[in-house]
Design a protein around this ligand. Structure first.
Ligand SMILES: C[S@@+](CC[C@H](N)C(=O)[O-])C[C@H]1O[C@@H](n2cnc3c(N)ncnc32)[C@H](O)[C@@H]1O
Length: 270
C-alpha cells in the first residue's frame, strides 16, 4: 500500500519516520524513499538496524511485563506500521485489548487493513500531543476502561516532538488520566556522551526533510517523563538492559542510541 503511494525512484522527500523505521526493521510498509534514506543512514550509522530491533524488543518485553502484572488493556501511542516478526503487541499478547494510535494516516490505514476484523483492537488516527483527542476517540472509549489500570506505551515517539515543554505536557496528560496501578513504558532517542558520533550530515539533512524531525534528549529529561511514577527496576536504562532478553546486542552504539523505562502509577491511598 505504501509502495502504491510512492513509486520506486521518486526521491527521498516523502520519506516518513514510520516508513524509515519499518524499512530498518525489514517490514513491508515503506516506500522507495524510505529505503534510500535507510541506505544513506547506514553508511554513517551502520548499527541503526540493530538499534531498531532492540527498541522493538524492549517494547514487547515491557508489554509482556505489564501483562504479567495483570494489565489487560494497552494504549500504544505512535504505534508505527504493522510490525514484522516477532510481531505486533496484540500478536504477542493475543488476549489483550489494544488501541494503536498514530498520526500518520498511511500508517493507520495499513494497520486497519492488516488487522481488520479483530474486535479486541482498534487503530486510531490522532496526534499524541493532543491527549484528549486520543482519549475521547470512540474506539479508545470502547476498548479502554479508564477506571481500570492500563499500559500506555510511548515507544520511540517522543523524540519526534521538538519542544521539551510539548513532550512533557503530552506525557503528563496521559499520566494524569491513567488509573492508579497503570504503567507507562517509554523509549526515547538519546545522545550518550561516551558513544556520540558526529552526525552523518547527509542523513540528518535528508531526515530533516521528512514529516518529523528528530530530537534526542538527555537522560535527565527522559527520566522526568516518569515524574510521579514508581520506576520499575532497573530504572531508565539502555533498552537491551531493561529485563534483558536473549536478543542482547553486542554493539555498544546500538545499545546506547536510546534510553527506556517503565513506570507504575501508585495505587490510591485512603
Ligand atoms: C519510530 S516509529 C515507532 C513505532 C513503534 N512505537 C515502535 O517503537 O516500534 C514512530 C511512530 O510515531 C508516529 N508519530 C510521530 N509523531 C507522532 C505524533 N505526534 N502523534 C502520533 N504518532 C506520532 C510516527 O508516525 C511513527 O509511526
Amino acid at each position: 500500500m505504501f509502495e502504491a503511494q510512492q513509486p520506486e525512484g521518486t526521491g527521498p522527500g516523502r520519506s516518513s519516520s514510520a516508513g524509515f523505521y519499518d524499512s530498518l526493521l525489514g517490514g513491508s510498509h515503506h516506500t522507495a524513499a524510505d529505503r534510500q534514506l535507510v541506505e544513506i543512514a547506514l553508511r554513517g550509522t551502520p548499527h541503526l538496524r540493530e538499534w531498531a530491533r532492540q527498541n522493538r524488543a524492549f517494547a514487547l518485553r515491557a508489554a509482556q511485563y505489564c501483562w504479567a502484572q495483570g494489565i489487560r488493556q494497552f494504549l500504544d501511542l505512535g504505534a508505527g506500521a504493522p510490525a514484522p516478526e516477532p510481531g505486533a503487541l496484540h500478536e504477542v499478547l493475543p488476549s489483550a485489548r489494544v488501541v494503536y494510535v498514530d498520526s500518520d494516516p498511511h500508517v493507520v490505514s495499513a494497520l486497519r487493513e492488516t488487522y481488520a476484523g479483530q474486535e479486541s483492537l482498534a487503530c486510531v488516527e490522532a496526534d499524541v500531543l493532543d491527549p484528549a483527542s486520543v482519549l475521547t476517540d470512540p474506539d479508545t472509549r470502547r476498548l479502554i476502561d479508564a477506571s481500570e489500570p492500563v499500559a500506555v506505551l510511548m515507544i520511540a515517539v517522543l523524540h519526534f516532538v521538538e519542544r521539551d515543554e510539548d513532550a512533557s505536557r503530552c506525557v503528563a496528560g496521559f499520566r494524569e488520566w491513567m488509573a492508579p496501578g497503570s504503567y507507562l513504558a517509554l523509549s526515547h532517542g538519546t545522545i550518550d556522551p561516551d558513544t556520540v558520533v558526529p552526525p552523518d550530515r547527509q542523513f540528518m539533512a535528508r531526515y530533516a526533510a521528512t514529516a518529523t524531525s528528530l530530537t534526542p534528549r538527555s537522560r535527565e529529561t527522559i527520566v522526568e517523563f516518569f515524574a510521579g511514577l514508581e520506576l520499575v527496576a532497573p530504572g531508565v536504562v539502555y533498552p537491551p538492559d531493561w529485563h534483558p532478553g536473549s536478543d542482547d546486542s553486542p554493539n555498544a552504539r546500538a545499545r546506547r542510541g536510546s534510553l527506556a523505562g517503565v513506570g507504575r502509577k501508585r495505587a490510591a491511598t485512603t
